[in-house]
Design a protein around this ligand. Structure first.
Ligand code: ATP
Ligand code: MG
Length: 399
């Protein structure tokens, strides 16, 4: 089928009253961003909907890209016909024929916005329906639960038909809700946490703590690949890579084994808070889920939170591993996440990590360290990498 345009619907935005303009602009920007490799398409906005004029671009790949743009509730490929009854009938028939397997039942819905067209909506639906019944063997009309709905819109600017509606990811357009700094490890959870924040319209930056040579260049590359997977959901991500070796070594040499992980996390938060301030992120996010591992208890979260003032969001807090894994598969991060490269936590493997750490005790052990200069030094040596694109490419000009 040769489609002319894609219709974009965005349900949730319609509810947002006067913020709507900002949301629509953010959505428009993100649509442009994911479709930037198609020089001939044109994007327009009319009456609470958007259209992508394909001008020869491949409908399937454009549809697939749009299905990853948050804020979009559904998309439909559309054909344009002349504004005549004959043309509409023929186009409708071709649309239905193009669907595999042949639908058993259908219904026709017509909206006649251009009242100059001489036939009423009801009559058009009926006549087009009859035409389809006559030409496709075995097909029936079902007004209530049809396999497909043939939608016809007769507008002054053209007559449009579609009969396929594909779901979008829902949520809110990235860029409409402020910025969050995600603590991105190479695991399964934190990319999912980032995805969930983006789904609520957040612009994401990511921070990764890297302990070269304890952790390899490959493990950092994996984190870049994960960040890149996240950019496919309507965003671009700046990845802050923090050299963490000195801090880990200092902790290991000075603090008792059972508190290594707790103290390491407190350092991560201190550094992340400063990077957040620099980049104007209003919160941090992590992939923690309550009770998932020994270190993810409420006591532990308290002890970790107590060194910073910035809010720490934990979008996975109430989810099971199976639910998280399901999303990881859906967003295509799972296979990367399970690659067996070491991460900075695996080099600290205390036999008995404390499950109910106390802030006072952690603070007491930290007295042996020059916390301020370790943190300041790590922040100062942090490297920022812009990540964007279908292929991973550096594109500083887009930031
Ligand atoms: P994940 O699958 O996201 O790694 P996890 O269940 O393995 O999570 P932990 O390793 O205990 O849990 O880490 C908890 C959270 O701390 C992670 O979800 C992530 O947000 C953050 N984190 C851990 N290690 C790093 C790292 N090296 N760089 C950045 N953030 C990290
Ligand atoms: Mg981990």
């Amino acid at each position: 089928m040769n489609y002319d345009r894609i219709l974009i619907r965005y349900g949730e935005l319609a509810l947002k009253g006067k913020n709507r303009d900002a949301f629509e602009s953010a959505l428009m920007r993100n649509v442009r961003l994911v479709l930037r490799d198609y020089p001939h398409i044109r994007i327009s906005r009319v009456y609470g909907r958007m259209y992508v004029e394909l001008n020869g671009a491949d409908a399937d790949s454009v549809l697939a890209a749009l299905q990853r743009v948050f804020g979009i509730s559904s998309v439909s490929p559309v054909v344009r016909t002349a504004q005549s009854e004959e043309a509409i009938k023929e186009a409708a028939l071709q649309l239905v024929r193009a669907i595999q397997p042949t639908p058993r039942t259908f219904r026709v819905e017509t909206r006649r916005a251009d009242k100059r067209f001489p036939v009423t909506s009801m009559d058009i639906s009926r006549r087009v329906g009859t035409h389809i019944l006559r030409n496709i063997g075995g097909i029936k009309v079902d007004l209530h639960q049809p396999d497909i709905v043939v939608q016809i819109e007769i507008r002054a600017e053209g007559t449009f038909l579609s009969c396929l509606t594909l779901p979008g990811p829902g949520g809110l357009p990235v860029g409409s809700a402020g910025k969050v700094l995600l603590l991105l490890s190479g695991g399964i959870d934190s990319p999912v946490a980032g995805w969930m924040m983006m789904k609520r319209g957040v612009t994401l930056e990511a921070i990764h703590f890297h302990s070269y040579p304890f952790t390899s260049e490959r493990s950092l590359e994996k984190v870049r690949d994960l960040a890149h997977k996240l950019t496919r959901w309507g965003g671009k991500i700046r990845l802050h890579v923090v050299p963490f070796t000195e801090i880990q070594t200092a902790i290991r040499d000075n603090c008792p084994e059972e508190y290594l992980i707790t103290i390491m996390r407190r350092f991560m938060m201190r550094i992340a808070e400063r990077v957040a301030a620099k980049t104007k992120a209003l919160a941090l996010a992590t992939g923690e889920s309550l009770g998932q591992v020994a270190s993810q208890t409420l006591e532990s979260m308290n002890t970790i939170n107590s060194v910073v003032n910035i809010p720490i969001l934990r979008p996975l807090i109430g989810m099971d591993k199976t639910e998280i894994t399901e999303i990881a598969r859906k967003i295509d991060t799972f296979d990367l996440s399970i690659l067996p490269y070491e991460d900075c936590c695996t080099i600290f493997t205390p036999k008995n990590p404390v499950t109910r750490p106390k802030a006072e005790i952690a603070a007491h052990y930290e007295e042996k360290l020059d916390v301020e200069s370790l943190v300041a030094d790590a922040v100062q040596r942090t490297v920022v990498e812009p990540i964007i694109g279908e292929k991973r490419e550096m594109a500083a000009d887009l930031f």
